[in-house]
Write a protein that binds this ligand. Structure first.
Ligand code: TRP
Length: 368
């Protein structure tokens, strides 16, 4: 099994146990009951962390905390992005203040995308879908990296921090974290560190624990930010907490990626498209012939339709177990499993898209 995972590229088959050891993160376990009500925690899609204890304590003691994360405004909003959105909404319901960075400077420097395109995509694809999924405008700050705030004191503090942090990272550290580095990537890394740390500045929330939920590919950014945070004394920081989720599998296996339309289900896909994508592209754990399938049974672990049910669309553990058992025993056929997935996905998307169409009306409450 080989994989190559950097913040700029994810490829190959992913061995999460190995990643935990390589990155030095910790398996996420023994979470409080409120966490385990959520599919993504209970079924281990969020699987690793650094310093989550500080956040659990804040929740336990009803003390303020911040959830900070970012979005890369490229391509279509798909199921992989929904996994992170669900976590934002979960923390918001628990009382966290929400900070969301639109990484338009990163898209500019690392993906050659204009600020104008980033803005359009951030609003149409990301923010409208967040709203439809249940993100509330209260206690929520969504900002663009290219324009942190109209309030000069706040904006100055954020960009000042980005610049001050530079002294606490060496070129070799950048290289060790990324393998390959360019001026644009260095700027982006420092800006992302400022994203993650600036909530604690006096101009923002003041000293407060911050949890950063991200895909595991983003951990190099966290390692660098944590190193810098530990070194800088004025301002001083409470060390960051972070959690890591797995990649939602793409239709053909591998990572769901906005750059490959045959790999994703977008939250704006219509029913026909979903049906076609699942039937045509969703990797099946079924056997080659009906006879063989009945005899040997399917392999739910590698079946992408089953994985979508597990990650999002069959929250009832007993029902999911029954689908698993029936597929494994050969009672449930591949086409039948796909049909279950298609129906569930389309039922969800129908409701979701109604809400998304309404989201435009309240957009300005989110983009203060
Ligand atoms: N680099 C992230 C991505 O590619 C986006 C991002 C920008 C981010 N700032 C952040 C993520 C702060 C977490 C925290 O998706």
């Amino acid at each position: 099994m080989t994989h190559n995972i950097t913040p700029w590229d994810v490829s190959g088959e992913i061995d999460y146990g190995k990643l935990i050891r390589e990155f030095g993160v910790y398996p996420l376990k023994e979470l409080p009951a409120v966490f385990n009500k959520e599919v993504f925690f209970r079924r281990n899609f969020v699987f690793a962390h650094r310093d989550i204890q500080r956040i659990l304590e804040a929740i336990h003691n009803k003390k303020p905390f911040v959830m900070m994360t970012g979005l890369m405004p490229t391509g279509k909003f798909h199921l992989g992005h929904m996994l992170l959105a669900q976590q934002m909404i979960f923390y918001q319901k628990l009382g966290a203040k929400i900070y969301i960075a639109v990484a338009d400077i990163e898209a500019y420097n690392a993906r050659n995308q204009s600020l104008e395109d980033s803005k359009k995509i951030a609003v149409e694809e990301y923010i409208k879908n967040y709203i439809a999924l249940g993100l509330k405008a209260e206690n929520c700050e969504i900002y663009f990296q290219s324009e942190r705030s109209k309030n000069a004191k706040k904006a100055n503090a954020y960009y000042r921090l980005q610049n001050l942090l530079a002294r606490y990272a060496t070129f070799n550290e950048f290289k060790a974290v990324y393998g390959e580095i360019s001026p644009g990537k260095m700027i982006v890394s420092l800006l992302q560190a400022a994203d993650m740390l600036h909530a604690q500045l006096p101009e923002f929330e003041g000293p407060v624990p911050v949890v950063v939920p991200v895909g595991i590919d983003q951990d190099p950014h966290l390692r660098l930010a944590r190193d810098m945070a530990a070194k800088i004394k004025n301002p001083s920081f409470i060390q960051l907490s972070s959690t890591y989720h797995m990649f939602v599998p793409g239709l053909g296996g591998g990572k769901m990626s906005a750059s490959d339309p045959n790999s994703f289900i977008a939250l704006t896909d219509d029913a026909k498209t979903v049906e076609k994508k699942i039937n045509k592209y969703a990797f099946s754990g079924g056997r080659d012939t009906l006879e063989e399938h009945r005899k040997k049974g399917g392999v739910p672990e590698i079946d992408v339709s089953f994985q979508y049910l597990k990650a999002f669309f069959e929250p009832d553990d007993k029902k999911l177990q029954k689908i698993y058992d029936d597929y494994k025993s050969g009672k449930l056929l591949s086409g039948e499993l796909k049909k279950i997935a298609i129906d569930k996905i389309n039922a969800f998307l129908k409701e979701h898209q109604k809400k998304r169409n309404e989201a435009g009306k309240v957009l300005n409450k989110y983009l203060a």
